[in-house]
Design a protein around this ligand. Structure first.
Ligand SMILES: Cc1cc2nc3c(=O)[nH]c(=O)nc-3n(C[C@H](O)[C@H](O)[C@H](O)COP(=O)(O)OP(=O)(O)OC[C@H]3O[C@@H](n4cnc5c(N)ncnc54)[C@H](O)[C@@H]3O)c2cc1C
Length: 207
């Protein structure tokens, strides 16, 4: 729970605000005005990125404290749980694209974790500079796992004869997630590996 707290708080509130912003966009100009409550939702959502630990500070907590705690036991447990799920389900034809996507993003998260171990300990600025991208990569990995679990449950219901559109909708939404949202993981990994040199290059007076 300690490891997941910054991931859940930081990733989901960032995305929650994005969802509210998209909702304003859907309403066009009326969304921006006070015609509809959606503009108020957007402002109300914005505070969630700030209070209860700003998302930047949550990301620092994740890489600086939670990750390394007890020799990385929590993150290793998370990886093991995903590996076990993949091992138990990788021959399931219906789950194949979801298992493949999960395995790929988990490998990216492991890669990012290794990079942090190798570069963050010797230079804490590298850990700080990577932290928000790492938190988002972690959030995407967690969601890929959650979507795979949901697809498994939905497909079991469909196979058992359910025609409730709730289940077929779940599968399509999961497909959308792996096609249109999960690829962001690669960008986060690339960014986090650039380190702190450019971020720290300018003197304080330049700001
Ligand atoms: C509507 C509202 C309700 C609130 N309710 C409560 C409440 O009920 N109880 C309560 O205790 N507090 C409450 N707060 C306060 C809230 O918890 C703080 O605003 C929040 O923790 C951020 O602190 P700050 O405003 O001092 O910003 P700062 O700490 O000054 O942060 C400013 C920016 O700097 C970044 N930053 C800060 N430190 C670092 C660092 N070391 N390295 C890199 N970046 C850093 C932050 O991520 C942020 O982007 C509330 C605030 C608001 C606006």
């Amino acid at each position: 729970m300690g490891l997941m707290t910054p991931v859940l708080k930081g990733y989901l509130t960032d995305k929650g605000f994005k969802v509210c912003s998209d909702a304003v966009q859907v309403h066009g100009g009326s969304g921006f005005t006070e015609h509809f409550p959606v503009s108020q939702f957007m402002r109300d959502c914005r505070i969630a990125l700030i209070y209860e630990g700003t998302n930047g500070v949550q990301a620092l907590d994740l890489v600086g404290r939670k990750l390394a705690s007890k020799g990385g036991r929590a993150v290793m447990t998370f990886f093991q749980e995903i590996d076990q799920f993949i091992g138990e389900n990788d021959t399931d034809e219906g789950l194949k694209p979801f298992i493949k996507a999960l395995a790929e993003v988990k490998a990216q998260l492991q890669d990012g974790t290794m990079w942090l171990m190798q570069n963050g300990l010797q230079n804490p600025d590298n850990a700080g500079a990577a932290s928000t991208d790492y938190m988002h990569l972690f959030g995407l990995t967690g969601l890929a796992y959650m979507w795979a679990l949901q697809v498994k449950a939905a497909q079991a219901k469909i196979a058992a004869g359910s025609s409730d559109p709730f289940y077929s909708t779940k599968v399509v939404t999961a497909q959308y997630f792996i096609e249109r949202i999960l690829p962001d993981a690669g960008a986060h990994l690339t960014k986090l590996k650039t380190g702190s040199a450019t971020l720290m290059a300018l003197p304080a007076e330049a700001f």
